[in-house]
Design a protein. Structure first.
Length: 240
């Protein structure tokens, strides 16, 4: 089987580490590292919901995403006037992903905001943010139960994200920045532990790709997600 530039097999993800409790003032937090990509995820619980949500009697989950100025090889300006288009798109994706596995009725009139800040970027920041956000929100949900704000854990199951792509004709899992920049096809897959799909973002950077390649990439991503779910479950079990 052909090797990639960093020595990984095509179906091999980068080394994954999840450290919880890194933001001690947050109700739930973790630092997720996938290779050289590092994202700090902090979940905060607040009383009340957006005005348009008040009559529902249910809670709300939302997300914010940002990248530190030197998370990349060259400095990126801070988004002081508000999030740019890419940032808005990513934080909406994170929010949708967590809401897809949350029973908002159980939360009551509370809002959970998960902040995902990229400390170091080497590809796959949005998928790492989703995988880490689930851990941070799960910890915040435990805090809600322990403090009488929810009768039970509002999270129904786990959700995670991973990238796949075609690089120099090779179907690869968990692309780093160098691979993502050179990919003929790149795709982000967000899925749940029960096998559901939340979102698939797939793009051909040159020639169109066929259904067979799409199916193979999806199978590769689903296999990669299983390992992420196992890592989430392991770190959460150890924290009890």
């Amino acid at each position: 089987m052909s090797k990639r530039a960093d020595g990984r097999r095509p179906d091999q993800a980068r080394e994954l580490e999840i450290e919880i409790g890194v933001a001690p003032y947050a109700e739930g937090s973790c630092l997720i590292s996938t290779g050289n990509t590092q994202v700090l995820c902090a979940a905060s619980v607040a009383e009340g919901v957006p005005r348009w949500r008040e009559e529902s009697g249910a809670g709300w989950v939302t997300a914010e995403y940002g990248m530190l100025p030197r998370a990349t090889h060259t400095r990126t300006s801070r988004e002081r006037s508000g999030p740019r288009g890419r940032t808005q798109e990513i934080q909406r994706l994170i929010g949708r992903s967590i809401r897809s596995v949350t029973d908002m009725e159980v939360m009551g009139q509370h809002t959970v905001t998960v902040d995902c800040d990229v400390l170091q970027a080497d590809g796959g920041t949005r998928t790492a943010a989703i995988t880490g956000a689930l851990v941070a929100v799960r910890l915040a949900a435990r805090w809600m139960v322990e403090n009488g704000l929810a009768q039970r854990d509002p999270l129904k199951e786990a959700v995670a994200g991973i990238s796949v792509g075609i690089v120099e004709g090779l179907l690869c899992l968990d692309l780093d920045y160098r691979e993502d920049s050179a990919a003929q096809v790149d795709m982000n897959v967000i899925g749940t532990q029960s096998g559901g799909l939340v979102e698939i973002q797939g793009t051909a950077e040159g020639d169109p790709f066929g259904r067979a390649d799409f199916d193979s990439l999806l199978d590769l991503a689903v296999a990669g997600l299983e390992k992420l779910f196992a890592a989430q479950q392991r770190v959460l079990s150890e924290s009890k």
